[in-house]
Design a protein around this ligand. Structure first.
Ligand code: DGY
Length: 328
């Protein structure tokens, strides 16, 4: 028996192996030039397809969703975060949304550790010193940073990625603390020897390093507001690989300028891809271009998840990674 292939529009270039498999399975429209869609192009694509495969660079708000055609029944996001999609509006229009959890966990946790080591140990400054020919030899006071071992790490958002960071940070000899909507199961809390803080404010005031791993939702926008950032100890560091909007970036910049924070490692920005120019001049800040999960293995796994979600949905099953609107 032959069955009609669903029409699938992919908004960005994906790894070749993923695109090739999609070509075999679906009537797929690829974006080989990788030029991001405008809102009109997005709406036009959503008029003609059964399934849209967007990424975090597509702003799929209520207005765009309302322009979708009647065929569109699934938005199979290539990515974990879905804050660029109005999931409630999609649901109201009978459109399902899926994402690609799990497969980015380990890569993102690795990058959190990389920043957590690199900022207090001044890795970028050291590498630049060598590259610029400024290394004149060792001395006892040369390039002193701060020790990670024995320090307190406060994890905001103890889901898959937060937990993977906790496991790694234990290996670095850090004491694990966390704030999360729900407390972990006792076995898991015991495994990573984590201390739970119901009050984020209280946790912030006691930590040496803060790392952010919660999703961006209306409830977490500026969760780290100016008031909360000011609770941090002046010798503490902040790492963010989740979403820029969770942190009040202007307040962070002011505090870094005043020296009321020791440093920051940022992989995401409030107005991405724009980066606050003041951050660029700061030696105690490492900025990365949203590459926390950027491994070829991870991207292929993400593509496989997208394909599985589409196949399951088109075969009449519940897609494994269905996303529900955030709780209000
Ligand atoms: C995601 O999938 O949400 C990540 O931010 C991409 O790296």
């Amino acid at each position: 028996m032959t069955r009609t292939k669903p029409t699938v529009v992919v908004t960005r270039k994906l790894p070749d192996v993923v695109e090739t498999r999609m070509m075999e399975l679906f009537d797929v429209h690829l974006n080989v030039d990788d030029k991001p869609f405008s809102a009109d192009e997005l709406a036009a694509a959503m008029q003609k397809c059964d399934v849209l495969v967007p990424t975090l660079t597509d702003n799929i708000d209520k207005a765009v969703i309302n322009r979708a055609g009647p065929r569109l029944k699934l938005i199979a996001n290539f990515g974990n975060g879905v804050d660029h999609i109005d999931v409630a509006a999609a649901r109201a229009k009978g459109i399902n949304v899926t994402n690609t959890p799990d497969v980015l966990t380990e890569d993102t946790a690795d990058m959190a550790m990389a920043l957590m080591v690199a900022v207090p140990r001044r890795l970028l400054e050291g590498a630049e010193m060598i590259r610029n020919g400024q290394f004149k030899g060792w001395s006892p006071t040369h390039m002193l940073g701060h020790r990670l071992y024995g320090k307190r790490l406060g994890i905001i958002g103890m889901g898959r990625i937060g937990t993977a960071v906790a496991r790694r940070a234990r290996g670095f000899g850090m004491a694990i603390h966390y704030h999360n909507r729900r407390r972990l199961r006792p076995e898991l809390e015991a495994e990573v020897e984590a201390t739970y803080w119901e009050s984020l404010d209280q946790m912030l005031a006691r930590m040496d390093v803060i790392t952010v791993h919660c999703p961006h939702t209306p409830a977490t926008f500026h969760l780290l507001s100016e008031r909360r950032l000011k609770l941090l100890k002046p010798n503490s560091y902040i790492i963010n690989l989740a979403r820029g909007e969770i942190l009040d970036e202007n307040a962070l910049v002011r505090m870094l300028q005043e020296g009321t924070l020791a440093g920051a490692g940022l992989d995401v920005f409030e107005h991405e891809p724009a980066v606050n120019q003041k951050l660029l001049a700061m030696k105690n800040v490492i900025l990365l271009p949203h590459m926390g999960s950027a491994t070829i293995e991870g991207r292929i796994n993400m593509g496989e998840k997208v394909i599985i979600n589409i196949r399951a949905f088109c075969d009449g099953h519940a897609p494994p990674d269905r996303v529900l609107p955030p709780a209000t």
